[in-house]
Design a protein around this ligand. Structure first.
Ligand SMILES: [Zn+2]
Length: 356
């Protein structure tokens, strides 16, 4: 029940709280101050008991960049602690991820070669299809999320097939459906289309079902903004557009009603989970999406959000670990059930330490 603010207990709020400057005043305040929220903040165990939002390692997904070669671990300069990995190294990393208690990884590929149509994205022996098969064989209990898009595989760096300088929606959707089936066949547990083409969730659902993958869920990047915070990812995935930008298909950061329309369409088309990307600059959108649809909601805590924390920590401007945990908790509080984050391993270690 809401406190009765007209009661005597709240008299000091109506009269204005003045710090007592003598013993009599202290007695007055003591008598009138019934509600003291600090009571529940005094002891660590008490604070923990009344905590409203919790972060568990079981809610985290680690993104991974896979490239050709053997024994390759190329550091990504703008994302300290993140690497481009050859498949053998990715398998090693997946074992570590599992040991830390992180239940899943999402894979991004850097292909041998790129072309106009992004062929390696949907080739059966493409980098991600091969990575999925090998990781599944070595770590069968790890949930493998396959990002479905073309920007890592096209020579022009756009997320689909070009007609002139425009990304052609329907031709792209056809290819994305093929890509999704190839990944499901290679062992993907969750298909995550990130291209922002219209109608792709429905098309991918039909293609998966027709190929016998009725049990494979779709986590759709339903709400993906054209964001400046993807900068470091483009270095990591070598996927910067060679001309123009992605505003013709990704969402305008100014819009939130549109986010609900996008999410509703994807659910109608058969999405099992909704994804909002980026996370921190769009917590209000995340909250609206979760509140409106009450379906499992994923937030992608993107490369730029990760890079900011690391850059400030390196400069000694803030405590990186504490800032990371606060950021992840805020994403949970806003409504995310699952967080895709480059912080996953560091957060897992801190959560383990907190438990010990
Ligand atoms: Zn893309």
């Amino acid at each position: 029940m809401a406190p009765d603010f007209s009661s005597n207990a709240f008299k000091h709020l109506r009269t204005g709280y003045l710090p007592p400057d003598n013993e009599d005043d202290i007695e007055d305040v003591r008598a009138s101050l019934t509600h003291r929220p600090r009571r529940l903040r005094r002891l660590p165990a008490l604070r923990e008991m009344v905590r409203e939002t919790r972060l568990s390692v079981r809610q985290l997904v680690q993104p991974m960049f896979v490239r050709p070669g053997k024994g390759v671990r190329t550091p990504i300069a703008s994302m300290p602690g993140q690497f481009q990995l050859s498949i053998d190294e990715a398998v090693r990393e997946c074992r570590e991820v599992l040991e830390l208690g992180i239940p899943g990884v999402i894979l991004f590929g850097i292909p041998e070669s790129k072309d106009e149509k992004g062929s390696e994205g949907y080739a059966e022996d493409g980098i991600i299809a091969r990575a999925l098969r090998e990781i599944k064989a070595e770590c069968p209990e790890l949930l493998l999320w396959a990002d479905v898009c073309l920007c890592e595989y096209t020579s022009h760096g756009h997320c689909g097939i070009l007609r002139g300088e425009e990304v052609a929606n329907d031709e792209t959707v056809r290819i994305l459906s093929r890509e999704a089936v190839v990944y499901a066949e290679a062992g993907a547990d969750i298909i995550a289309p990130s291209d922002m083409m219209d109608g792709r969730v429905g098309a991918i659902r039909r293609a998966l079902d027709a190929a016998g993958h009725t049990h494979v869920p779709i986590a759709s990047y339903a709400v993906k903004y054209a964001s400046a915070f993807y900068g470091p990812f483009r270095e990591a995935a070598e996927s910067a557009p060679q001309f123009g930008d992605r505003r013709g298909y990704q969402m305008d950061p100014a819009n939130t009603d549109e986010a609900l329309r996008e999410a509703a369409l994807d659910l109608q088309e058969g999405a099992d989970m909704l994804l909002v990307k980026p996370a921190l600059p769009f917590l209000d959108v995340l909250h609206r999406v979760k509140t409106a649809f009450r379906v499992p909601t994923v937030a992608y805590n993107v490369s730029g959000e990760y890079a900011m924390v690391h850059a400030a920590a390196q400069a000694g401007w803030l405590d990186g670990g504490a800032a990371m945990m606060e950021a992840l908790l805020s994403i949970r509080r806003a409504g995310a059930d699952i967080i895709i984050t480059y912080h996953a391993r560091d957060a897992a270690r801190l959560l383990q330490k907190a438990k010990a």
